[in-house]
Design a protein around this ligand. Structure first.
Ligand SMILES: [Mn+2]
Length: 316
C-alpha cells in the first residue's frame, strides 16, 4: 500500500467528524467524487461524513446515487470544526466559494485533486495532474486501500469519469478507459448512466440551442463566441456543456468561448479547444483549469470581456 493511502486511512480512522467538499457549482466529477468517498468511508469505517457544496448542482445530476447526502453548506449539520476535511477536485482557491471557512476551520485538511494548482491549501495533498478525473484518483485509492465498495460507489466513480472526460473525448491516456473497463466488468452500464445524465429540463436545451444559433465566429471561423445573457443564464444547467459541445461540432471551429452574464458586471467565461492549449488564456483572466478546457470569472461588462477575450485569441 502506498504511504499516502496509509496516511489517508489513519486520518479517517482517527477523525470523529469528517467534512467532504469540492469546487463551487459542482460538476459531475466534483459531486460524484464527494459522494463516492462518503460511501467508501461509511462502508469501511462506519462513519457518516458531512458533504457540503456551494452554488448550484446541475439538474442533470439530480438522480445520481446518494445525491441527498450533499447539502448546501449553509444547511449542513455540522457544529464546530471538523476533525478532518477532505477537499476534492477544487482546482484553485478561487473555485472554493462559501465552504472555505469550514475547510479552514478543520483541524486537518487533505486535498485530492487532478487540477494544475500552484497554490495548494491542503495540509496533505494527494494530487495527480495526469489523471483525467478526480474519480480516477479515488478509484486507485480504493483499490490500493483494499476498501470494500458497492454499486453506488462504482456508479458514482463511473459518472465522475464520464462527465470529466466528456464521455472519453478528453481522455488524455488509457488510464480512465482502463478504470472504466474494470467498472463495466463489474456491472456498470454506460448507457444507463448516459440516460441518467441526459435528463435536462426542456427550457435548458432550448436556451442552449438559442445561444448556439446566435454565436459569432472570428479568425476565419476558428473561434466561436456565444453569449448567455442574464435571462438565458437563469435556464442554463451547469456550465452550458450542450452549447459548448454543439459549437465544437462545427467544421473548422478550433476554439469555443461561452460568455455567461452571471450578474450585471460579472461574466463567467468557459473556454474549450480542440487541440491547442488555452489554459494560459483562462489564467490571464484570473481563472484556470485544464489544458483544453478552462474558465474564469471576470468582473467587467459583457462587451468589455468579449472584446478582451477575442483579442487574446489573436495569433493563437
Ligand atoms: Mn474534475
Amino acid at each position: 500500500m502506498k504511504s499516502e493511502t496509509k496516511f489517508l486511512i489513519e486520518k479517517i480512522k482517527s477523525a470523529n467528524t469528517i467534512l467532504l467538499s469540492a469546487h463551487k457549482n459542482p460538476d459531475g466529477d466534483a459531486l460524484c467524487s464527494v459522494l463516492a468517498l462518503y460511501q467508501l468511508i461509511f462502508l469501511n469505517y462506519g462513519k457518516e461524513s458531512v458533504c457540503v457544496y456551494d452554488g448550484n448542482v446541475p439538474e442533470a445530476l439530480r438522480y445520481i446515487p446518494l445525491r441527498g447526502r450533499a447539502r448546501y453548506f449553509d444547511h449542513a449539520e455540522m457544529s464546530g470544526a471538523a476533525d478532518l476535511a477532505i477537499l476534492l477536485d477544487y482546482g484553485t482557491t478561487n473555485n472554493i466559494g462559501g465552504t472555505r471557512p469550514m475547510l479552514d476551520a478543520a483541524k486537518f485538511l487533505i486535498e485530492i485533486d487532478h487540477h494544475k494548482n500552484d497554490n495548494k491549501i491542503g495540509d496533505f495533498c494527494i494530487d495527480d495532474e495526469t489523471a483525467a478525473a478526480t474519480a480516477c484518483l479515488l478509484y486507485d485509492l480504493m483499490i490500493d486501500a483494499g476498501w470494500e465498495y458497492d454499486d453506488k460507489v462504482l456508479n458514482l466513480l463511473a459518472l465522475g469519469i464520464l462527465t470529466d472526460t466528456g464521455n472519453f473525448k478528453y481522455a488524455k491516456d488509457g488510464r480512465s478507459l482502463r478504470i472504466m473497463g474494470n467498472l463495466v466488468d463489474q456491472g456498470i452500464e454506460i448507457n444507463r448512466l448516459l440516460e441518467l445524465l441526459n435528463n435536462k429540463p426542456r427550457k435548458t436545451i432550448q436556451t442552449e440551442a438559442g445561444v448556439v444559433a446566435n454565436a459569432e465566429f472570428f479568425f476565419r471561423n476558428r473561434l466561436a463566441v456565444a453569449i448567455v445573457d442574464s435571462d438565458a443564464y437563469k435556464h442554463l444547467d451547469g456550465r452550458g456543456e450542450t452549447a459548448l459541445s454543439l459549437l465544437g461540432q462545427i467544421k473548422g471551429v478550433e476554439f469555443i468561448v461561452l460568455l455567461k452574464q452571471q450578474k450585471e458586471n460579472q461574466i463567467g467565461v468557459s473556454i474549450r479547444s480542440k487541440h491547442i492549449p488555452i489554459n494560459q488564456i483562462a489564467e490571464k483572466l484570473g481563472g484556470g483549469g485544464h489544458i483544453c478546457a478552462a474558465g474564469a470569472v471576470v468582473c467587467d461588462s459583457l462587451e468589455n470581456v468579449k472584446n478582451k477575450v477575442i483579442q487574446m485569441f489573436q495569433g493563437v
